[in-house]
Design a protein around this ligand. Structure first.
Ligand SMILES: NC(=O)c1ccc[n+]([C@@H]2O[C@H](COP(=O)([O-])OP(=O)(O)OC[C@H]3O[C@@H](n4cnc5c(N)ncnc54)[C@H](OP(=O)(O)O)[C@@H]3O)[C@@H](O)[C@H]2O)c1
Length: 250
């Protein structure tokens, strides 16, 4: 039985999609939740309202993960408010549909800045706190696009997510002595706001190639993340959990 009683989770990108589903699930499992959002304050407030229904503390913080000073002050505020951070889930991210010849330097830099740099510097900052506490769980959100290349999304997105998978392994080695595990999930096509803007014919064509014949839900990804963030995953670090409806079955 997964149990988060007495624990605090920090979830970046907790206002929507996969991050939102993680916040609601962990709160249901007895976890205090701190979520971050970039601009969608109203959505973040809704998540906090729902998470708080379980009688535990829940709070939202504005933080653009591309800005190191904002990550640092957000982390300090979370520790001040909750006293500790046991779990970090890095779900903040963006995607882009762009053809190779059209991809600009600005597209490349912005994608790397949010998905790769943001994920790393959130890990770096929160690891300091977890090292003081002598333990913790970090779960990063990568993508099948980072393993086999993207079908709909641009090269910049796939490369950023491949980077997330590799930084997860490197950080897992670094964090071993402090009792912190670092893992990631690689979701396939998930039904969230991110994918709602994708061209329908390309989504249908991709869905047709998924053995389970459908998109995944944010809740299904959150289930995998919750496992990796729990004590049940105590002997797992540096791994990538595929949540993709059997995509690699061939
Ligand atoms: N959906 C999929 O098919 C899929 C598949 C594989 C991997 N993923 C990955 O899963 C993660 C979550 O995706 P999702 O589908 O849940 O996306 P989503 O519904 O679009 O939510 C994205 C979240 O990231 C936040 N965010 C965006 N830019 C940010 C920035 N610069 N600083 C801080 N927060 C920022 C957003 O905050 P605001 O609400 O304030 O804008 C929002 O909370 C992403 O890393 C994505 O790449 C998604």
């Amino acid at each position: 039985m997964i149990n988060f009683h007495g624990k605090t989770a920090l979830i970046t990108g907790g206002s929507r999609g996969i991050g939102r589903a993680c916040a609601l699930l962990l709160a249901r499992f007895g976890c205090q939740v701190a979520i971050t959002y970039q601009s969608n304050e109203a959505a973040a407030a809704e998540v906090i309202k729902s998470s708080g229904q379980h009688g535990l503390a829940a709070k939202a913080y504005r933080c653009d993960v591309t800005k190191l000073d904002e990550i640092s002050s957000m982390a300090q505020s979370v520790v001040k408010d909750f006293g500790r951070i046991d779990v970090l889930i890095n779900s903040a991210g963006i995607s882009q549909i762009v053809a190779v010849p059209d991809l600009t330097e600005e597209d490349w830099d912005h994608m790397m800045s949010v998905n790769l740099k943001g994920t790393f510097f959130c890990c770096q900052e929160i690891l300091k706190q977890m090292q003081i506490q002598k333990g913790g769980r970090i779960v990063n959100v990568a993508s099948t696009a980072g393993q086999v290349g993207g079908f709909i999304v641009g090269v910049n997105y796939s490369a950023s997510k491949a980077g997330v998978i590799c930084l997860t392994k490197s950080l897992a080695k670094y964090a071993l002595p402090s009792g912190v595990t670092v893992n990631c999930v690689a979701p396939g096509l998930i039904d969230t706001e991110m994918t709602s803007s994708y061209p329908r014919e390309r989504v249908s064509s991709l869905v047709a190639s998924i053995p389970m014949g459908r998109m995944g839900s944010a809740d299904e990804v959150a289930n995998g993340i919750a496992f990796l963030a729990s004590d049940a995953a105590s002997y797992i670090t540096g791994t990538t959990l595929y949540i993709n409806g059997g995509t690699y079955l061939g």
